[in-house]
Design a protein around this ligand. Structure first.
Ligand code: 2P0
Length: 344
């Protein structure tokens, strides 16, 4: 079946459907693709752990060709979740099952098969594309046609950063004013074609990190004396980054991105015990990026909950920046601005 949902998502030719007793068509299998995003202005800390609303607003760029592709079959003999060919068990499985319960508390058992074309859980924002793709594939397979905002609210409850991967291009994610958190979701700022930027990932490590971002974030919020300053300064950083994006001012965007990054890292370092995702090569890359800038090459660095460094630059300067990064790490991925989550 190829059909168009009212809110504009196309159900791909691979989707299977059936008619239930009331006679309406229900899609039972759907496949979705989502790109990860990296935060230019960081989400770090929660307002409400159950609703998964953030302590601070954030702003991101969606990145291709990194992607997650996820197929969901709604109505199988047992729940069965496979990521990159490996069956998911334990806490990770429970987290996915709980997420599916949000879509339908009386849901049947579900099968999920998901694949990333980049390292998982290594600080490369794999949870952002994972839960965005899962939200779209699972809600579609369950027969729900969610618009992007509803999809973002759903994805947020799986993983905060996933609320931003619903859209392509540049996206902000707002804090909640409402008690039920329904106003905390992504907002598109500018589409993919607005600005041709390059983001280079200097791969310091592709190993799964020892402290998950969720645990690192919660420990930081509970114990860092710097957290109050971090929280208070977040909204101004988002406003500054948004203005820089709309003006296509890379120096302005890079400057506020580095500032947001380093303030986040300061809260990690001042947690008790300290949360240290950096490795020696991380610091070497940070210095190399500063040296590039001193030579007039546009390059600004950011990090997330992991040792890898992402460098924001222009497509024209990307080769020169890559050559410099390769003096410090073995692998550099060159990414560009990606499009929205979609059914395939
Ligand atoms: C971000 N990070 O804005 C920040 C910057 C890491 C550092 O979002 O608990 O996996 O699932 O909502 O989204 C990583 O945290 O956390 C993250 P949960 P998530 O991209």
């Amino acid at each position: 079946m190829v059909g168009m949902f009212p809110m504009g998502f196309t159900v791909g030719a691979g989707s299977k459907s059936t008619q239930n007793r009331r006679g309406y068509t229900r899609v039972m299998k759907a496949t979705a693709l989502a790109h990860p995003n990296i935060a230019l202005i960081k989400y770090w800390g929660k307002h409400d752990r159950v609703l998964n609303t953030p302590a601070v607003p954030s702003l991101s760029v969606t990145l291709a060709p990194f992607k997650t592709e996820t197929s969901v079959t709604w109505g199988t003999p047992i729940d069965h979740f496979v990521i990159n060919g490996v069956t998911v068990a334990g806490d990770a499985s429970a987290r996915v099952a709980q997420f599916l319960d949000l879509i339908d508390p009386k849901r049947p058992p579900v099968a999920i098969e998901s694949h990333n074309n980049f390292p998982t859980a290594a600080g490369l924002a794999s949870s952002s594309s994972a839960f965005a793709a899962l939200a779209l594939a699972a809600s579609t397979a369950a027969g729900q046609a969610l618009n992007p905002t509803a999809l973002s609210i759903l994805a947020r409850q799986g993983s905060g950063s996933a609320s931003r991967s619903v859209w392509g291009g540049f996206v902000s994610w707002t804090t909640a004013d409402r008690e039920d958190g329904t106003d905390s979701h992504g907002h598109p700022i500018a589409p993919k074609d607005h600005w041709d930027l390059a983001v280079l990932v200097a791969l310091v490590s592709d190993q799964k990190k020892a402290v998950s971002s969720r645990d690192g974030m919660n420990l930081t919020q509970e114990t860092s004396p710097l957290f109050g300053g971090w929280e208070a300064s977040g909204p101004a950083d988002v406003a500054e980054a948004k203005a820089a994006i709309l003006a296509k001012d890379l120096s302005r965007l890079g400057t506020v991105m580095e500032h947001s990054t380093m303030k986040m890292v300061a809260t990690m370092f001042s947690a008790q015990p300290a949360v240290i995702y950096m490795q020696p090569a991380t610091v070497a890359v940070l210095h190399a990026v500063r040296a590039l800038r001193a030579k007039g090459i546009p390059a600004w660095a950011t990090m997330d909950a992991g040792p890898n460094v992402k460098v924001l630059t222009t497509p024209q300067a990307a080769h020169q920046v890559e050559a410099t990064l390769l003096q410090h790490v073995k692998t550099v991925h060159t990414l560009s601005v990606g499009g929205p989550a979609r059914l395939i």
